[in-house]
Design a protein around this ligand. Structure first.
Ligand code: FES
Ligand code: FES
Length: 179
């Protein structure tokens, strides 16, 4: 085994320091260097909203935002998150208000067992921030990495469309009141 591989293996077995921003708050922790971001969030930061699914990058249950990009946290090494910014489902609600996606998912039956819901919500939020008025096909494409065993997807697509409409209407109202 080369010296480099031995050194890397040793680093992964040791505790590592990690400083990152999680849901807009600075966090500073020691964690086992072999852990993925998913494991750090759940096991070291007690943020259980990010779900543990396949661990293979196939189900989307572990999706979070990392420096503003949707990633699968089961495929991101914790050691690669130093100095970075993470947003999880726990950061989606602003103050006492549910995000429109959260209320539309609840109102339209888009969350049943709920296991897939955090990943869907973050992927849908990412879509609506990039494209505030997506077509049904664009919604299906943006959510194609997320698996749901319960809903059949139609309620989820309906909820994303309804939330997009609410967000656009709120933005239009703000423009009128600021004019
Ligand atoms: S747990 Fe990460 S994609 Fe399934
Ligand atoms: S609501 Fe159960 S897996 Fe999607």
């Amino acid at each position: 085994m080369s010296d480099l591989i031995q050194l890397q293996g040793k680093a992964l077995r040791e505790k590592q320091r990690l400083q990152m921003t999680v849901n807009h708050e600075p966090r500073d922790l020691m964690f086992d260097g072999y852990k993925t971001l998913l494991e750090v969030l759940r096991e070291d930061l007690n943020l259980y909203g990010t779900k543990h699914g396949c661990e293979l990058g196939e189900c989307g249950a572990c999706a979070v935002m990392l420096d503003g990009e949707l990633v699968l946290s089961c495929l991101v090494a914790g050691v690669d998150c130093q100095g970075r910014s993470v947003e999880t489902i726990e950061g989606m609600q602003v103050g006492p208000e549910l995000h429109p996606l959260q209320s539309c998912f609840a109102d339209l039956g888009a969350a049943q067992c709920g296991y897939c819901t955090p990943g869907f919500l973050l992927a849908a939020k990412d879509l609506l921030e990039r494209n505030p008025h997506p077509t049904r096909a664009q919604i299906a494409e943006a959510l194609s990495g997320q698996l749901c065993r319960c809903t059949g997807y139609l309620q989820i697509f309906d909820a994303v469309e309804a939330a997009g409409k609410q967000i656009r209407e709120a933005q239009a109202e703000r423009k009128v009141s600021n004019a």
